[in-house]
Design a binder for this molecule. Structure first.
Ligand SMILES: Cc1cc2nc3c(=O)[nH]c(=O)nc-3n(C[C@H](O)[C@H](O)[C@H](O)COP(=O)(O)OP(=O)(O)OC[C@H]3O[C@@H](n4cnc5c(N)ncnc54)[C@H](O)[C@@H]3O)c2cc1C
Length: 467
């Protein structure tokens, strides 16, 4: 079988690349080692985590917020088995949607582990041991990532678990000890905190979501503390021991003292590492970086071997589904002879806690470090009529704009539906809008998006109306 493009890996990078290639008239195949398409994102990442976040948020609201709305519920309970079953139904609907899209776009799907025989030949080894060879002018590596582990802390997948197991537990933990205060850990931690688990977060850095604007981490910690989560910042985990149903996690406190936390589950969420096992990269002379195991690519996302590209989590940059998708589109268009471009500064980052956290562009810390003169406009949700109506008063929108030109340089928000609201900031920044531009545009009332306009007004000569 001879193709124009073979894509290895069917996550958001791979399947989007395949569809865009097919749209551009290229004969395309996709190779996936698991039985379902969609990769980490659809099977054990974005989609199942959001399904559980939504279910647990409904329960939490029913238990804590409904009363204030005048809704009384008797005998409220959790059917955790049903919650996990629904999550799986959501996953199944999404992954079969990708199979449909492959057929619709006439993309051949080959299930099995793909590996390079040479730069144009991919060997596909199926789970029953049978082997096929397919050839192509171009190959796109989209093999993604897997959870990182700590070398001294073996994951048994029963009591010491990764995000994958945390999405399919058979019970709500009593005490979840969470190692890592990043996005994935906090999302899953908040799922279980809402369902009644005690959740203790151990983070090595001195703030949670440490790569985002510091103001977001501070506010998020406040709201998650209200939810009952405990934080051990600046603590260094040194080991974990399982004894029956109990796991004891030991760490060093910032003062150098020893601390032990005992729980029934320990979730290790310390990041992800690029996945290239079994790809046979050595057969075509591609090496991976020692740290992070990432494949090096040029500006066209081409590896050191001509005609072999790599996208998504397996290369440098944010490990995000939409970044992988954008790169999939970019490589397809490059192969088809077009001249696409990605502005990596404008890839938004989101944390789907409640309230949600979302950001795009430069943080205050980055602007300070670069010596850029900027002004700040901030608007708290407690001053928003829409947020008061829904009872979502935590958080704010912060806009950073160039002190001289007023161009928006960064937008950082924590609040209701921030994940959706950040799109306005991305569009504004893509078109190089000034804070005044946004503040002069009509925003429907009452909506959460008015907070974006008010923050822009605040950045424009301190003209916010409602504070
Ligand atoms: C719990 C969790 C929640 C997340 N939530 C979000 C979120 O809300 N938003 C967001 O943007 N990102 C989120 N992410 C990150 C997101 O899932 C990844 O950034 C995204 O899936 C990367 O896409 P990818 O296409 O590069 O790789 P992947 O999605 O990892 O897909 C790679 C695919 O390649 C296959 N593969 C690997 N090697 C081979 C081989 N040799 N042959 C054949 N197939 C192979 C794998 O089986 C896999 O299906 C989350 C991740 C996790 C773990």
């Amino acid at each position: 079988m001879q193709y124009d493009v073979i894509v290895i890996g069917s996550g958001p990078g791979g399947y989007v690349a395949a569809i865009r290639c097919a749209q551009l008239g290229l004969k395309t195949a996709i190779v996936e080692k698991y039985n379902t398409l969609g990769g980490t994102c659809l099977n054990v990442g974005c989609i199942p985590s959001k399904a559980l976040l939504d279910s647990s948020e409904h329960y939490h609201n029913a238990a804590h917020a409904f009363k204030t709305h005048g809704i009384n519920l008797d005998n409220l309970g959790i059917d955790f088995g049903q919650m996990i079953k629904r999550k799986q139904q959501v996953v199944d609907a999404n992954t079969s949607g990708i199979s449909y899209l492959m057929k619709k776009n006439k993309i051949d799907t080959h299930f099995g582990v793909g590996s390079f025989k040479d730069k144009n030949t991919i060997i596909v080894k199926k789970s029953d041991g049978t082997v096929t060879e397919i050839t192509s002018k171009n190959v796109i590596i989209a093999t993604g990532s897997k959870p990182s582990a700590l070398p001294f802390l073996p994951i048994d997948k029963k009591r010491i678990i990764t995000s994958t197991e945390a999405l399919s537990l058979s019970e709500v933990p009593k005490h979840l000890v969470l190692i890592g205060g990043g996005v994935i850990g906090l999302e899953l931690g908040s799922v279980y905190a809402r369902l009644g688990a005690k959740v203790s977060v151990i983070e090595y850095m001195d703030s949670i979501i440490p790569t985002m604007d510091k103001s977001l981490g501070r506010e998020l910690q406040k709201v998650l503390t209200k939810l009952g989560m405990e934080f051990y910042l600046g603590h260094k985990v040194t080991g974990a021991v399982v004894n029956g149903d109990e796991v004891t996690v030991s760490c060093d406190t910032p003062k150098g003292e020893k601390l032990e936390l005992k729980g029934d589950y320990c979730l290790v969420a310390v990041g992800r590492i690029a996945y290239t096992d079994g790809l046979g990269l050595e057969n075509i002379g591609i090496t991976v970086e020692e740290r992070g195991r990432k494949i090096t690519v040029n500006d066209h996302l081409e590896t050191s071997v001509k005609g072999v590209y790599a996208i998504g989590d397996v290369i440098k940059g944010a490990m995000l589904a939409h970044k992988a998708e954008d790169e999939g589109t970019l490589v397809a268009e490059i192969i088809a002879g077009q001249k696409p471009h990605i502005d990596y500064n404008l890839i938004p980052g989101v944390v789907y806690t409640w309230p949600e956290v979302a950001a795009v562009g430069q943080t205050e810390e980055q602007l300070k470090a670069a010596g850029v003169k900027y002004k700040t406009g901030s608007f708290p949700f407690k001053a928003s009529g829409r947020a008061r109506a829904s009872g979502d008063l935590d958080g704010f929108v912060k806009v950073l704009a160039d002190a001289a030109t007023d161009e928006i340089l960064g937008v950082h928000m924590i609040g209701p539906r921030a994940a959706d609201m950040i799109a306005e900031a991305v569009v504004a920044m893509e078109y190089r809008a000034s804070a005044e531009d946004i503040s002069r545009m009509s925003h429907a009332h009452p909506t959460y998006t008015e907070a974006m306009r008010e923050a822009c007004l605040a950045a424009t000569e301190n003209r916010a109306i409602h504070i």
